[in-house]
Design a protein around this ligand. Structure first.
Ligand code: NCD
Ligand code: ZN
Length: 477
C-alpha cells in the first residue's frame, strides 16, 4: 500500500461484538484504514505498542446529562466529555433537561453551538417530546437532534409529563420521521400519589424514595409505551430499566415485531436496597435502585438480548445537593460516564459475560439502534477510529475525588475494579493518552446526527392519526 497512515496500533487484541483477534490497526484521516497482520500495515507517522492491551470500540453512552447550559455547579459540556474520554466513551447523547429545556429550534441551535465549541468526544443532542413540542418535531429534526426524549414521569428538571392522549399524538408525529423516542418510563400519577402520602406520613429516609416509585410504576409505563409504539409504528427506546418486571412487556413487544429497544445502567446491575444505608441520599436516582432480586433477571436480559444497551444516565449533582437530610430534597441521580467501563469490565473479569458481549452492549448495539453502525460501534476498515485501548488486568479503586466530572459524589467511591482505559481515541485523535488529557482536544467532538442513518420509517394506522381524522371531515351517516 502506498499510503502513510497517521497512526498504527500494534500487538493489541481487537474486540468486536462477535470475536476477538490479535491484530494491528491502521488509522488515517480519522478513519480505520486496515485491520490485520502487523507486516501488512502501511508506513505510519506514529505507532503505538498495545502489547497486553485490548482495543475496544469506544463506548457509545446514549444517556448522559451534561447540564449545559444551566447548572455549572454540576457539570458542563467540557467537563462531561472529558470524564467520558477518561471512561473510554467516545460518543455521548446528551439529555434535554438543561436550562432552558431543549424543546424548540432556537434553544437547540444555541446548545449545538455550545457543544461544538466545548466537546472533547462526539455527541448527539436530544430534544423533549412533550405536549408543547409535538408541533415542533420537524424543526427539531432540522436542527439536528439525534432522537427525542419523552418524560412519562417527573424527574430532575420538572419537565411536564404528557397525558396518554398527548403521548399518542407525539408518537404519531415522530413515527413518519423514523427517529427513535427514548422514554423515561415511570408513570407520574402513581408516583405523585405515593409521594404525597409518604410525605404526609413523615417518611424522609432514603428508602421512602423507592417506596414512592415501586416496580409497577415502571412496568405500567413500559407496557403503555410499547402499545403506543406498536400502534403508531414509532421507534422507541426504554431508558434505565431498573426492574425484572419491565422485561416481560419489553420482550413481548419485541416478539410482536415492535421496534423497541431497552437499556440498563451499572447501578441497577450492581447495587441494591442493601446499599441504601451505606450511601444515604447519594443513591437517590430515578428510577430507584431496587431490591437485589432484580439483578439476575437484568443480567439475563442483557445476555439474551431483551436489553440491548448499557448506558449510564450520568446525572451529576454537587455534594451539597446529594447529602441533604430529607430525601425529598435530595437531587436525583449521580455521575457514571467515567466508571461504566471499569465497573462492567470488572463483572466481565469475574465471568459474568464475555468481552464480546460487553462490546455488543456498550458500542455495537447502541450504534445500530441509533443508525450509526458501521461508522461507529466497530473497529473495521471504513469505520470512524473511535477506540478505547484498555488494560483488562489493571486493578484499582474508584475514588470520587479523582473523577473528572465536576460532581465528585457517587455510590461507587471506594469500589475495587479491574480494567482501565489507558488511551482513548476519537476519530483518529488521542483525546486521552497514557491517562492524560491531550491538549487541543476541546472542540474536537462533533454532532453525530449528520452520519445518522435510521432505517426507513414504518408508521402504521395512518388513517387513524389525529391529523388524518381531522382532515377527513365529518362522517356520512
Ligand atoms: C436525571 C437527572 O438528574 O437529570 N436524574 C435521575 O435520577 N436519573 C434525570 C433522569 O434521567 O431521570
Ligand atoms: Zn430518566
Amino acid at each position: 500500500m502506498d499510503v502513510t497512515a497517521d497512526l498504527v496500533i500494534n500487538n493489541g487484541t481487537v474486540v468486536a461484538a462477535e470475536s476477538t483477534m490479535n491484530a494491528s490497526v491502521a488509522i488515517k484521516d480519522g478513519v480505520v484504514l486496515a485491520v490485520g497482520a502487523a507486516d501488512a500495515m502501511p508506513r505510519a507517522r506514529e505507532t503505538l505498542d498495545a502489547n497486553g492491551l485490548h482495543l475496544l470500540p469506544g463506548a457509545i453512552d446514549d444517556h448522559v446529562h451534561f447540564r449545559d447550559p444551566g447548572y455549572p455547579q454540576k457539570e458542563d459540556f467540557a467537563s462531561g466529555t472529558i470524564a467520558a474520554a477518561f471512561g473510554g466513551v467516545t460518543t455521548v447523547f446528551d439529555m434535554p433537561n438543561t436550562l432552558p429545556t431543549v424543546e424548540d429550534a432556537a434553544t437547540l441551535a444555541a446548545k449545538q453551538a455550545m457543544a461544538a465549541e466545548k466537546a472533547h468526544v462526539d455527541y448527539g443532542l436530544y430534544a423533549v417530546l412533550g405536549e408543547s413540542s409535538i408541533a415542533r418535531v420537524p424543526e427539531l429534526i432540522a436542527g439536528g437532534v439525534i432522537g427525542f426524549k419523552l418524560y412519562m414521569g417527573n424527574t430532575f428538571g420538572r419537565i411536564p409529563t404528557p397525558s396518554t392522549g398527548a403521548m399518542l399524538e407525539a408518537f404519531e408525529a415522530v413515527a413518519p420521521t423514523g427517529k427513535r423516542i427514548s422514554l423515561h418510563a415511570e408513570t407520574n400519577s402513581v408516583m405523585e400519589r405515593r409521594e404525597a402520602k409518604l410525605r404526609q406520613a413523615g417518611r424522609i429516609e432514603p428508602l421512602a424514595h423507592l417506596d414512592s416509585r415501586p416496580e409497577v410504576v415502571a412496568i405500567e409505563a413500559v407496557s403503555r409505551a410499547a402499545i403506543l409504539a406498536e400502534w403508531t409504528g414509532a421507534r422507541a427506546h426504554v431508558l434505565h430499566i431498573s426492574s425484572a418486571g419491565e422485561l416481560r412487556p419489553l420482550a413481548e413487544a419485541k416478539a410482536r415485531g415492535v421496534d423497541i429497544t431497552g437499556e440498563t445502567c451499572p447501578h441497577y446491575l450492581m447495587l441494591s436496597t442493601d446499599d441504601y444505608a451505606r450511601c444515604g441520599g447519594i443513591i437517590r436516582v430515578n428510577p430507584p435502585v431496587r431490591e437485589a432480586r432484580n439483578r439476575e433477571p437484568l443480567w439475563a436480559a442483557l445476555i439474551d438480548g431483551t436489553i440491548d444497551v448499557i448506558a449510564t444516565d450520568h446525572a451529576p449533582h454537587s455534594r451539597e445537593e446529594k447529602t441533604r437530610n430529607d430525601i425529598w430534597t435530595v437531587d436525583c441521580g449521580f455521575a457514571g460516564v467515567e466508571t461504566q467501563m471499569p465497573l462492567m469490565l470488572t463483572e466481565i473479569a469475574r465471568g459474568r459475560a464475555s468481552i464480546c458481549d460487553y462490546v455488543r452492549w456498550s458500542a455495537a448495539n447502541p450504534a445500530r439502534l441509533w443508525g450509526l453502525y458501521p461508522r461507529k460501534g466497530v473497529i473495521q476498515a471504513g469505520a470512524d477510529a473511535d477506540i478505547a485501548v484498555v488494560d483488562l488486568n489493571r486493578r484499582w479503586v474508584v475514588k470520587d475525588a479523582e473523577a473528572h466530572s465536576i460532581a465528585k459524589v457517587t455510590p461507587w467511591d471506594g469500589r475495587q475494579v479491574q480494567g482501565l482505559p489507558v488511551h482513548t481515541i476519537v476519530r483518529g485523535r488521542f483525546v486521552v493518552k497514557d491517562r492524560a488529557l491531550q491538549a487541543g482536544t476541546r472542540g474536537w467532538g462533533r454532532s453525530v446526527h449528520e452520519i445518522q442513518n435510521m432505517p426507513a420509517p414504518a408508521p402504521v394506522n395512518l388513517d387513524q392519526t389525529t391529523t388524518a381524522i381531522l382532515s377527513s371531515g365529518a362522517r356520512c351517516q
